[in-house]
Write a protein that binds this ligand. Structure first.
Ligand code: ZN
Length: 343
């Protein structure tokens, strides 16, 4: 058996080999840690046409949160198997581009650290400053790489892993009229959360009606789901969020729609059910026990599949101009505590 620290990398490479001929796998960059070098992979499949909708799946940005990478690799693995027999999946891929970056920070996984080998928290590494008060340290800090949530040196380029992610998103997602992203994390709270931007301000994003319409079809389709779906700013604000940065780039000068979502799996429940996990660094971020791990993987497969279907079918649920006001009003009421418009 390989060490647990390498198991994800080995599994990802196995899935890539299994899908050879049907997937396009690239090494975006290599990251060194001691005498080891880790390739950072991107995998794409489906229709590459510039007007096709696209969806991206990301995991392993924080090296300790292995379950996020496992969810993404498991979803990719199931797609690769389905490519052999599932005609409906082939139909879907005729009109959809799918991209995967399941292990953004492979050296952090290897080293059992949240940060990359330079001590930088990749999710605090983008050139975005919070506009309001952020939590001390956890909101992102430039004091020292020896404390967590380090943003990297001021005015330095982004880390190789962050740059690779941003380049992939620009190339494969922001180049299209409609795209979404799902980035899988764990470690915050008792419940599974689906977050949308912003993280740097408590102001709503321009595409609030579109996000609300997505939540509406999700609630209606999976009526029993137990996710909390809300803006990240309701939990905490941070500097340097990669998805805020990419969303702002996407919406700067165009009509394109880019909806980046973060799945934040509520690990405190796993700890509550098995308090011994408190004594291991992994236990705080991962399900621990095998049957719980399987349940976690199973539950989130449905969410990732929903997102792929929603991306394929965006023209059927994106609100028409005359419906945007209703979604905006409901979203402001549910998420921002504001009643707008006429009474
Ligand atoms: Zn995380």
């Amino acid at each position: 058996m390989p060490p647990a620290e390498l198991a994800l990398q080995i599994e990802l490479e196995r899935v890539i080999r299994q899908g050879a001929g049907q997937l396009d796998a690239q090494v975006l960059c290599e990251v060194a840690s001691g005498r080891h070098r880790f390739p950072v992979y991107a995998i794409s499949l489906g229709n590459p046409a510039p007007d096709a909708p696209a969806i991206g799946f990301f995991g392993g940005i924080h090296g300790l949160e292995r379950i996020g990478a496992e969810v993404v690799i498991e979803f990719l693995r199931s797609l690769v198997v389905r490519l052999r027999w599932d005609a409906l999946l082939h139909r879907q891929l005729e009109t959809l581009r799918m991209v995967f970056m399941p292990l953004v920070n492979p050296a952090g996984v290897w080293r059992n650290t949240r940060a990359n080998p330079n001590g930088v928290d990749l999710m605090r590494n983008a050139p975005v400053e919070a506009l309001e008060q952020v939590p001390f340290l956890a909101g992102g800090q430039r004091i020292t790489r020896w404390l967590p949530w380090y943003r990297g040196p001021r005015n330095a380029p982004m880390q190789a892993e962050s740059l690779a992610l941003c380049d992939l998103v620009e190339r494969e997602l922001l180049s299209r009229p409609f795209s979404m992203a799902v980035d899988c994390h764990s470690g915050f709270g008792l419940r599974d959360r689906i977050w949308f931007p912003f993280a740097h301000t408590s102001e709503p994003i321009r595409h609030l009606p579109e996000v609300h319409a997505l939540k509406e079809i999700f609630d209606q389709t999976h009526a029993q789901h137990s996710y909390v779906f809300e803006p990240q700013s309701l939990s905490y604000l941070t500097h340097g969020d990669l998805w805020d940065y990419l969303y702002l780039r996407a919406t700067q000068s165009s009509e394109r729609v880019f909806l980046p979502l973060t799945l934040e799996m509520g690990s405190w429940l796993w700890v509550k059910k098995n308090p011994r996990q408190l004594f291991s660094r992994h236990g705080m971020f991962n399900p621990g026990i095998a049957h719980r791990q399987q349940r976690v993987l199973r539950r989130h497969m449905q969410w990732l599949d929903f997102m792929a279907r929603a991306a394929s079918s965006h023209s059927r649920w994106l609100p028409a101009p005359q419906e945007r006001a209703r979604h905006y009003e409901l979203a402001m009421r549910d998420w921002y505590g504001t009643v707008t418009g006429a009474t």
